[in-house]
Ligand binder design. Structure first.
Ligand code: SF4
Length: 522
């Protein structure tokens, strides 16, 4: 392996008494000489500096006072403590990296809200990293003390971090500790070497974290997050669990969001792909995306107790499909192949319905009677793209019938308008939502079409630090199936990279509510 010698290494340890110790780059605080050396070998940027702080509380406090400006103004930018630590959890191995969510010596607790971002970035490069609490202890600890700290939820113990960051004065700060041992014994030396290797490998990622640190404005799109159909579907499962007890089976994901699904799973919901996975006589909930009549019939044949969480706005499209088919129309269903909602709507009148995904598909339509064509839409399409397809259909079939009211639902339309508004002002747009969430993916596309880079993230740990470099305004929204808590989590994580000012851009307010099915009404 070739070793790149960083310029920081040639400069030696930063000395806060040197006039040259002024930089807006990363300042790494490493307690011991061999820790400082390992980190320095991994650094790449000329502006990065390593300050050896010395071991233990007294030296850490002295360094912290110097950094706070008691004897010399601290002009460094983001600050990160990097060193080795004792691992407190049985499943940790030497070389594992702990990124502190908080560091505490029992008196001072420093919260580090950007830890998840940094830990995820380390993992993406293949390093074994996790975020967790770090205890700062006054001396080497024995096994009884390790057990006590582990019981309190600490993942690692060091002897300096809480003091070193106690006077960070609001600047971005982080801690990366590499586990050197999980107890005293002959493996300590080997563990120490593994820890130093991990520290060196983590050093460029610390620089990437520093490059992402900045004060930012977060522009919140309004409306965002849960729509009335999703709230109703989740409440149906919650109430079914309450009234009938676990397990309650749910065919397909109740809504397309991993957080929602795993939360309900923990409470006793069992998600299945098909009805044959549901035991006889059990309760099964149909998801918000709806089902075809064939699925309803199969459930009835099996004697399953069905609770239908299909969004009323999806049911409206199903009713339109049945009506047009009954009246002898060929129904052009504008939507995405394979989406559960589309499969359910196609199943209402399979012989009369044709899926149309793009403008190009329109040319290949061969309706039995070109004067009797109608169109419908999936509820979560991009408003502008769907309009293009509908326009092409109308051009080819001028007498084409339209649905009685828009099929693309109010929530989809409103969230797209809102994200468009923030994308116009933002350097970057983050959309909270899962990959299989159609309406969330459309929000990303809408931002990208407005010329603003946009990413879909399930949570804060999906944010790649490189996205944030040079970004001062972040647009933030959430798809209709993404919980509001994820938005708060993302803002908190961004605040770990520098002060965040949150401003909301509300393009419209929503007051839609849907009633619950009788099976779960109290
Ligand atoms: S996105 Fe629209 S159609 Fe889908 S559940 Fe929400 S309100 Fe209903």
């Amino acid at each position: 392996m070739t070793e790149t010698i960083p310029q920081a290494r040639a400069a030696g340890d930063a000395d806060l008494t040197e006039p040259g110790a002024t930089s807006s780059g990363l300042l790494v605080l490493a307690p011991l000489r061999f820790e400082a050396r390992a980190v320095r070998r991994g650094l790449r940027e000329a502006s990065s500096r390593v300050q050896r702080t010395g071991m233990g509380a007294t030296k850490a406090r002295k360094t912290a006072r110097l950094l706070a400006g008691e004897s010399k103004p601290d002009t460094f930018g983001p600050r990160i403590v990097m060193g080795t630590a004792a691992g407190l959890s049985d499943d940790l191995s030497p070389g594992d990296l702990i990124v502190g969510t908080e560091v505490s010596d029992g008196i001072t607790t420093v919260l580090l809200p950007g830890a998840d971002l940094l830990a995820a970035e380390l993992r993406r490069t293949g390093l074994p990293a996790r975020a967790g609490k770090i205890a700062t202890v006054p001396k080497m600890i024995k096994s009884s003390e390790r057990t006590r700290l582990a019981d309190e939820g600490y993942l690692a113990a060091d002897m300096e971090s809480a003091m070193l960051l106690g006077e960070a004065n609001g600047r971005p700060a982080a801690v990366i500790r590499a586990v050197s041992d999980a107890g005293f014994g002959p493996g300590m030396l080997r563990g120490g070497l593994a820890a130093l290797r991990s520290l060196r490998a983590a050093a460029p990622l610390a620089e990437r974290w520093a490059a992402a640190c900045a004060e930012r404005t977060v522009l919140l799109a309004g409306p965002r997050s849960f729509c009335a159909g999703v709230e109703r579907a989740i409440e149906i499962v919650e109430r079914a669990l309450e009234l009938r007890g676990a397990p309650v089976y749910v065919r397909k994901q109740i809504v397309h969001n991993t957080r929602v699904v795993s939360d309900l799973e923990q409470r006793g919901a069992v998600f299945v792909d098909e009805l044959d996975e549901v035991p006889d006589g059990a309760t099964v909930v149909f998801s918000a995306h709806g089902v075809s009549p064939a699925v309803r019939d199969a459930a009835a044949d099996r004697g399953l107790s069905v609770i239908d969480a299909t969004c009323p706005l999806v049911s409206k499209v199903h009713a339109e499909a049945r009506r047009f088919a009954r009246e002898g129309y060929t129904v052009a269903l504008i939507g995405h192949a394979g989406h559960e909602e589309v499969e359910g709507t196609l199943g209402e009148a399979p012989d009369s319905t044709v899926l149309v995904q793009t403008v190009a598909d329109v040319a290949s339509l061969t309706p039995a009677d070109p004067s009797k064509v109608a169109y419908l839409m999936q509820t979560t399409l991009a408003v502008d793209e769907a309009a293009d397809v509908a326009g092409a259909l109308r051009e080819r079939f001028p007498q084409m019938r339209a649905p009685g009211s828009d099929d693309i639902c109010y929530a989809t339309t409103n969230r797209q308008a809102a994200v468009h508004a923030v994308a116009a002002e933002a350097d970057l747009v983050l959309v909270a939502g899962s990959k299989n969430s159609s309406n969330s993916v459309r929000l990303v596309e809408r931002s990208q079409r407005a010329g603003t880079p946009a990413y879909l993230i399930d949570g804060a740990s999906d944010i790649e630090l490189s996205w944030l470099s040079g970004v001062s305004v972040v647009g933030l929204t959430a798809g209709a199936s993404a919980p509001p808590a994820v938005v708060s989590e993302i803002i908190t994580a961004l605040s770990g990279l520098g002060a965040v000012t949150v401003t909301e851009r509300v393009t419209t307010t929503e007051s839609v509510q849907f009633g619950l099915p009788r099976e779960v009404r109290r």
